[in-house]
Design a protein around this ligand. Structure first.
Ligand code: FAD
Length: 469
């Protein structure tokens, strides 16, 4: 007779493994089924973590090449090994794989390697890499199967000429010329990394700006920096075709509104145009789980699918495709199942971060979105160049922008572009989720000298007058 669990989770990415840890902490009998040997999902193995390790390398290369002299540091004949950067990034991943394994063990979670299929509202059938199928019974099922790269129609990612992000984080040699299709966070982070390692990078974006989900001015500043570093950015440019030949790829661009076309030759092309859900083979329809037109699992405010005992979290439940969103949703579902009080996730509290240089971080409405949503807004933008810490560390390009309700000072949104933006955004995340106003931020004492003073000054720009400008 198969063992009965309280919760069976499909997928051990940041959604699934965090849900499992929380379930273990709450004393729920829990099993996670993961088809890959390594735990941690896309985020840990192919996404967030390895890219940030590579970005750190890229920052150091840039520092040595462009800024060391300013600091009175001279390095004779510096060299940067791409292979060593990749090796370091994989070591980081391995270390974290072990960490996740240990945490699941510590919390009494059973881990089963294999591919799961939902065989009924309360059971899974798992096909392990070897041996017989396993049946798992559980009172509730959480689908956390994530997503994978979307490709252009007709294009096959062979890793040799056409890559997805999964290839781009493990490439043995940095190519001489690379075309990146898509200027979202993933495309821009890889552009930054490869450019630092000497690759001639062209970024092609169909929309009229880079980081299209961010405040327009933030994208403009990043694009300016990228152009200065020699990255060729083609906006409002559709890709007409990608032709693979023996020596590389020929990417034909254009044919949009102006009808002009252009050809870029490269060694490889990286497709970073978005994600698609991992739902094939799950038998969702038979289990009564509805999906949207684009294939994402449909969930209610409590992440419950149309089948009452089945929940979906993370990427597979639709955008935003972020690890911290997946993890938060995992905790929510499990706490609810454990009988704790939970509140629906408000998407406008989820921070969005891009880790290239300059970094971009935001929450809630951009200025344009707040205005078009009909808010009467007050906007304050404070530049890092007026902040002592920025000058001291030599990183002063960028700003903090806060968008607040004109009458009550409610923080509707914020964007930070510049040094450590992805770290200091959390003051505003907390302020917004705790329903604090800009007055509260302005009244809080901020340590000097810190980059966070730019947030304080931006808040003062709404409640009164900033001090350092
Ligand atoms: P996933 O991480 O995709 O995990 C799903 C798991 O389910 C996988 O391990 C898969 O093998 C398993 N699985 C699927 N189907 C089955 C099945 N039938 N049976 C058993 N197992 C199955 N997000 C951020 O927040 N910050 C970042 O800096 C960031 N950087 C990124 C960089 C890149 C290059 C990419 C591609 C993504 C990045 N993301 C980032 C997004 C982030 O990786 C995802 O949002 C996150 O991994 C989603 O977590 P998840 O648990 O929903 O799914």
């Amino acid at each position: 007779m198969a063992e009965k669990y309280d919760i069976a989770i499909i997928g051990a990415g940041p959604g699934g493994y965090i849900a499992a840890i929380r379930a273990g902490q709450l004393g729920l009998r829990t099993v996670v089924v993961e088809r890959e040997k390594a735990l941690g999902g896309v985020c840990l193995n192919w996404g967030c973590i390895p890219t940030k390790a590579l970005i750190k390398n890229a920052q150091m290369v840039r520092f040595l090449e462009e800024r060391a002299e300013d600091f009175g540091i001279s390095v004779t004949d510096p060299s940067a090994s791409w292979q060593k950067a990749i090796e370091r990034s994989r070591r980081v991943v391995k270390r974290m794989n072990r960490g996740v394994e240990g945490l699941l063990r510590k919390n009494g979670v059973d881990v089963v390697q294999g591919t799961a299929r939902i065989s009924s509202a309360t059971s899974l059938e798992v096909t392990p890499p070897e041996g017989d199928k396993i049946s798992i019974q559980a009172s509730n099922i959480i689908v956390a199967t994530g997503s994978r790269s979307r490709l252009l129609p007709g294009l096959v990612a062979d890793g040799a000429r056409v890559m997805t992000s999964r290839h781009a984080v493990t490439l043995e040699d940095a190519p001489s010329r690379l075309v990146i299709i898509g200027a979202g966070a993933v495309g821009m982070e890889f552009a930054y990394v490869y450019n630092a390692y000497g690759t001639e990078v062209t970024v092609v974006e169909m929309l009229d700006r880079v980081l299209p989900l961010e405040d327009q001015e933030a994208g403009e500043l990043v694009a300016k920096h990228f152009a200065k570093s020699g990255i060729d950015i083609r906006l409002s440019t559709p890709v007409q075709s990608v032709d693979i030949h023996e020596g590389g790829v020929k990417v034909t661009l254009g044919g949009g509104k102006d009808g002009q076309t252009d050809v870029v030759e490269a060694d490889k092309v990286l497709v970073a145009i978005g994600r698609m859900p991992n739902t094939e083979g799950l038998d969702l329809e038979a289990a009564g789980v509805a999906v949207s037109e684009r294939g994402w699992i449909q969930v209610d405010d409590h992440l419950r699918t149309s089948a009452p005992t089945i929940f979906a979290i993370g990427d597979v439940a639709g955008p935003p495709m972020l690890a911290h969103k997946a993890s938060h949703e995992g905790v929510q579902v499990v706490e609810m199942l454990a009988g704790l009080e939970v509140h629906p996730v408000d998407a406008s509290f989820i921070p969005n971060c891009t880790y290239c240089e300059p970094q971009v971080a935001s929450i809630g409405h951009s200025e344009a979105a707040a205005r078009s949503a009909g808010y009467d807004v007050k906007v304050s933008k404070f530049p890092f160049i007026a902040i002592g810490k920025s000058i001291a560390i030599g990183e002063h390009d960028g700003w903090v922008k806060i968008v607040a309700d004109a009458k009550y000072g409610e923080i509707l949104g914020a964007t930070i572009v510049g040094p450590d933006a992805t770290e200091i955004i959390h003051e505003l995340v907390l302020a917004r989720s705790a329903e604090l106003t800009v007055d509260d931020v302005a009244a809080s004492i901020h340590a000097h000298p810190t980059l966070s003073e730019a947030i304080h000054e931006a808040a003062l720009g709404i409640t009164g007058v900033p001090l350092h400008i």
